[in-house]
Write a new protein. Structure first.
Lengths: 152, 294
């Protein structure tokens, strides 16, 4: 199962890289809005998954679906920060483009944590789910802490 | 012969009792240290008394605390005699946390939240002290506070206290359930949430009429945590609050990067789920407040 997942991720990553050219034609405003929507999508999966992780909503196989959704969206994180897209309501900090290596690392931590979360959700190991979800959150927060404008 | 046997028996009994007593008191001491460690998490000691850098020694002091009155450098609270609290008696410790007075009789600035800790029980404070004294002493002096001229003397701290501070232990409200009371104790006293989340007057006094309506920490805006639906966390369920204090997730699935990340990592994530639930339960019960400026 893990192999299959990793395979899907790789395929998706390649698709993402191929899409860079298409993306480069986008206006800065569209790029910023697209990024915000991608983040909202991740937050939506996190919020839904947390209800299942907390035991407030029955799983019935849907935790794995949210985990997969997260990992698929996370896989395109590299391409949603094109140069010049820090416009409008964008909360991106210039540090993203000033320290691209540190930023790439922070993104890859999110991607790894989400792929691990898929593996754990598929395994049905109830003990491992909480900690795996927490690691995803930590990776999200780690990136926001350094590379996003503080809210409010 | 009979006599000899008897004597041996009593001696054995006495020795056995002594061993048992020693073991019991060691057990009690360990128990107190373990409780103290937990209470250090609940008391939020680590986030201020530890430097803000990787691999900083916990509780050895030094994190810059920026306020409108200047920058405070919280002291080393490891049991080093010269630079920490190694020479403090139990009474010294209680006086510092309940009354805001140092062992030399100097008044502390309220950047040290004795204004909240004054409600913490003697038993809990002495457990915290037992834990702190079980740590390795670290010889490390914190920098001097860098304060605005008008408060740069300890006399200012004394004057402020005389005007604004009344020491008092926490008294449970008998009309409320134990969970509410536990939450009140954790939020208002040990966890001292209001020290950051309640706005202050120009003289730095917490505005109790606008409790938990949010404030500022240096440049950072500290959010409203009253149950106001628009300005505060009124739309959050108790489970949302509990889970936020555990892993840092907002109900919409976002993970904020703010000073609260450290508070969660160093403090609230180490609490029992029951204690986090009590905090949530209490916070949902306080009066909803619009945010300052709304």
């Amino acid at each position: 199962m893990q192999r299959k997942t990793t395979g899907a991720m790789t395929a998706f990553a390649i698709t993402s890289i191929l899409s860079v050219q298409v993306f480069a034609d986008a206006t800065p405003e569209d790029a910023a809005e697209y990024r915000a929507s991608v983040m909202t999508a991740m937050g939506g999966h996190m919020g839904a998954a947390s209800k299942i992780v907390r035991g407030l909503i029955a799983d019935d196989g849907h935790l794995a679906a949210h985990a997969r959704g997260l990992a698929l969206v996370a896989a395109e994180l590299e391409r949603v920060f094109p140069q010049g897209s820090n416009v409008g309501d964008s909360e991106a900090l210039p540090l993203i483009w000033e320290e691209p290596e540190a930023f790439a690392k922070a993104i890859s931590r999110v991607q790894k944590a989400t792929v691990d979360f898929v593996t754990v959700a598929d395994s049905g190991d109830k003990e491992a789910i909480g900690p795996a979800f927490r690691r995803v959150g930590k990776a999200c927060g780690g990136c926001h802490d350094k590379f996003r404008v503080d809210d409010d | 012969m009979t006599n000899f046997v008897l004597t041996t028996t009593s001696l054995t009994t006495i020795l056995g009792a002594a061993t048992l007593l020693a073991a019991l008191s060691a057990f009690a001491a360990n128990d107190s240290i373990a409780r103290g460690e937990y209470l250090v998490y609940a008391g939020g000691c680590i986030s201020c008394h530890t430097e803000d850098r990787d691999n900083a020694v916990p509780l050895a002091g030094g994190r810059a605390l920026e306020t409108p009155f200047g920058t405070f450098y919280p002291p080393n609270i490891t049991p080093d005699v010269a630079t920490g609290i190694g020479s403090w008696s139990d009474e010294d410790f209680l006086n510092a946390l309940w009354e805001g007075v140092s062992p030399e009789g100097k008044d502390y600035f309220p950047a040290f939240p004795y204004t909240s800790y004054t409600g913490v029980s003697r038993e809990d404070l002495l457990a915290i002290k037992a834990y702190l004294f079980s740590l390795d002493p670290v010889a490390k002096e914190s920098p001097d506070h860098e304060l605005k001229w008008y408060i740069s003397t300890r006399l200012a701290a004394g004057a402020w206290k005389a005007l604004n501070f009344e020491p008092a232990r926490f008294e449970p409200d008998r009309l409320r359930d134990p969970q509410w009371n536990r939450g009140a104790y954790l939020v208002r006293h040990l966890g001292h949430c209001g020290e950051c989340h309640t706005p202050r007057s120009v003289t730095g006094v917490l505005e109790t009429g606008r409790e938990f309506s949010g404030s500022k920490l240096g440049e950072e805006k500290v959010p409203n945590i009253s149950p106001d639906r628009a300005a505060g966390i009124g739309r959050w369920s108790e489970s949302d609050i509990e889970y936020f204090l555990d892993i840092g997730m907002l109900p919409d699935g976002d993970f904020a990067g703010s000073s609260m990340v450290d508070v969660i990592e160093d403090n609230t994530s180490h609490l029992t789920r029951d204690d986090r639930r009590s905090i949530a339960h209490y916070l949902k019960s306080v009066p909803p407040q619009p945010s300052p400026g709304d």
